[in-house]
Design a binder for this molecule. Structure first.
Ligand code: SAH
Ligand code: SF4
Length: 363
């Protein structure tokens, strides 16, 4: 199996494919010209193009399914070379705006939610990705490839930057080396040029790895999937909380280097009658005291087979209003693409079920 050329940083390609300036040219063709084939890299000698095609594959994944939501987000299912599948979602954060003459005022704003693993080891009680267990880590190229394929598929001009959130399938900090490499490949200015400031790594709270990520000084944004304010409940929702409790996470966040203008995002998945009470909101305010934070309340997105339920909007608003009244920044995330089950893991699960069903028919 040939490695994908998307797995490598420019520096690595410089030593692998001398002379040095070739790597920059290759980055340009891959990430700015969106070529589909090495033969299209016109300013490279023909022999080199052939050699590259012999040594590397171009894309490590292919789109196998796509679902468009009424709100404009598009969910993708990708197949990897070994047959495993992962999801990514293109979220349209803002529409393009035109003036009365039809001239563009500003471009649409996009965020891509990428997966970092096939499955996940963390095993959160509310998460569909957890149900399938863990298969393997994604390579850097498999992470980068999700964004590249989505930009190509939507004709998003190469110079239009998208934001990246590592909030798809998997726990990014459990695959830290490959995720860190993907961050650098995304950031390369000869390539996709997505500054680390525009990349947000979301973690279920592996405190030791948050510290490690901080020491790497990548300049990425941090999001913590908190979801509960006391350890007993958090352990039920996220079993790993036994090893890394809330206090250890808060400590790691306090030590994390944050760009002075940015805040650490705390995600709080709101589940009906589980964590949607005002006593929890009160504790949350205490917990975040002194941290430059922003809270994102997320509606639990139900799926067949779960006992958890979506909270009432009034409870959600009351929770938010309490936090706002105490001076915390707090937004409610209307699950984008709710009609296409945009909480990650859900499209893949659907597709696996369909495969199983068709296998049953055949058997
Ligand atoms: N493993 C990392 C990143 C991927 S999960 C983490 O847990 O942070 C990304 C987000 O999806 C998490 O905040 C998680 O709480 C949320 N999520 C998982 N299942 C969900 C569901 N059924 N409805 C809504 N959000 C969900
Ligand atoms: Fe893994 Fe995140 Fe799902 Fe928990 S919520 S099982 S950490 S992907």
């Amino acid at each position: 199996m040939k490695p994908s050329i998307l797995d490598y940083t420019q520096q690595e390609l410089e030593t692998m494919i001398p002379p040095k300036f070739r790597a920059k040219q290759i980055y340009h063709w891959l990430y700015q010209q969106h070529v589909d084939d090495f033969s299209q890299m016109e300013n490279l000698p023909k022999t080199l193009r052939q050699e590259l095609a012999e040594r590397f594959s171009l894309s490590p994944l292919e789109i196998v399914q796509k679902q468009r939501s009424v709100d404009g987000s598009v969910k993708y299912l990708f197949r990897l070379h070994d047959g495993h599948t992962v999801e990514a979602v293109l979220l349209k954060m803002k529409d393009a705006v035109y003036d009365e003459k039809g001239e563009l005022v500003h471009h649409a704003k996009y965020t891509v939610c990428v997966s970092s693993q096939v499955g996940c080891k963390v095993g959160c009680a509310f998460c569909l990705t957890a149900k399938g267990g863990f298969e393997r880590n994604l390579t850097p190229g498999e992470i980068v490839g999700q964004v590249l394929e989505i930009k190509k598929d939507n004709d998003i001009a190469s110079n239009r930057r998208v934001n990246i959130v590592y909030m798809g399938m998997g726990e990014p900090l459990d695959n830290l080396d490959n995720v860190a490499k993907a961050v650098k490949i995304f950031a390369n200015e000869n390539g996709l040029s997505i500054s680390p400031k525009r990349q947000t790594i979301s973690t279920s709270g592996i405190s030791s790895k948050i510290e490690k990520l901080g020491k790497m000084e990548l300049g990425v944004q941090l999001a913590i999937s908190l979801h509960a304010v006391d350890d007993a409940l958090r352990e039920q929702l996220i079993p790993m909380n036994k090893a890394y409790n809330i206090a250890s996470i808060i400590e790691a966040v306090r030590n994390f280097p944050v760009n002075t203008r940015k805040r650490v995002m705390f995600e709080y998945l709101v589940i009906k009658d589980v964590n949607d009470d005002l006593a929890s909101a009160k504790k949350l305010v205490k917990l975040l005291n002194g941290i430059k934070s922003k809270v994102n309340l997320i509606y639990f997105n139900p799926y067949p087979g779960t006992d958890f339920q979506r909270p009432e909007p009034e409870r959600m608003r009351a929770f938010q209003e309490y936090l706002l009244s105490k001076g915390l920044l707090c937004t409610i995330r209307e699950s984008k693409g709710i009609d296409i089950s945009a909480a990650c893991g859900q499209l893949r699960e659907q597709s696996l079920e369909e495969t199983n069903r068709s296998n049953e028919v055949k058997a």
